[in-house]
Design a protein around this ligand. Structure first.
Ligand SMILES: C[S@@+](CC[C@H](N)C(=O)[O-])C[C@H]1O[C@@H](n2cnc3c(N)ncnc32)[C@H](O)[C@@H]1O
Length: 216
């Protein structure tokens, strides 16, 4: 996949240390709760796409094997530093495009995408790739902000879109069209609290393709 598809936001290429200080701390407690709730079994193979600086890394149990991929070398450098400093032998990161994963199909028990679907230029392609590399019976776990269906809040976040796009993410992605367009089989959709702006989507890859057991 050519460079045109690659994400080149200054936020993720130049401001990795700032990202960690500003967003990392805010994002961590959310990701910790989601990862703990999955009860990832011993020996599971986990892929995290757009892993960035490794915000989520402390939350993974050491009994699973985690590969983080990201396009931004500066973000990955921070992630590598954390891996080294903490002696996390169950974690590694690789520079790779989430839209063009270099893994064979059916490679992972879990594919995670935290705060990424609104950042990549083609979220549908990203989910296609996540499905491809996920094993049958495996899970696709998405945590993201989606535009509200409430008219006022929805228009407000949509109005912010040109600004946040410049920073590196979009705010105009709606949950239902996203699920429909990606044909994602959703096992569960929930928020960690009533007021949370973020949605947790648990998708499952069934043996015979993807099967819907959606609660919207
Ligand atoms: C908002 S950050 C989220 C980082 C991390 N998941 C977290 O929750 O803190 C989005 C990340 O997606 C990465 N990214 C954007 N486009 C990508 C692509 N096509 N392939 C892989 N990573 C990408 C960016 O470099 C950035 O690190």
């Amino acid at each position: 996949m050519g460079d045109i598809e690659a994400h080149e936001s200054r936020l993720y290429s130049d401001f990795a240390p700032l990202y960690d200080k500003v967003f990392g701390k805010i994002f961590y407690s959310r990701l910790e709760r989601v990862i703990e709730g999955l009860e990832i079994p011993r020996g599971a193979r986990v892929l995290e796409v757009g892993a960035g600086t490794g915000t989520s890394f402390p939350a993974y149990p050491t009994h699973c094997e985690v590969t983080g991929i990201d396009l931004a070398p500066d973000m990955l450098a921070r992630a590598r530093q954390k891996i080294r400093e903490n002696g996390w032998s169950h974690l590694k990161v690789i520079e790779m495009n989430a839209l063009d994963l270099e893994f064979p199909e059916n490679s992972f028990d879990y594919v995670m995408a935290f705060h990424v679907v609104t950042v990549v230029p083609d979220p549908i392609r990203m989910i296609e790739e996540a499905k491809r590399v996920c094993k049958p019976g495996g899970r696709i776990v998405i945590v993201n902000h989606f535009t509200s269906d409430f008219p006022l809040l929805g228009s407000f976040t949509q109005a912010l879109d040109p600004i946040t796009r410049w920073l590196g993410w979009r705010t105009d992605l709606k949950l239902k069209p996203f699920i429909e367009m990606t044909d994602l089989t959703v096992e569960k959709v929930y928020k960690l609290s009533k007021t949370s702006l973020y949605t947790v989507l648990l998708g499952i890859k069934q043996k015979n393709g993807f099967h819907f057991t959606r609660e919207l």
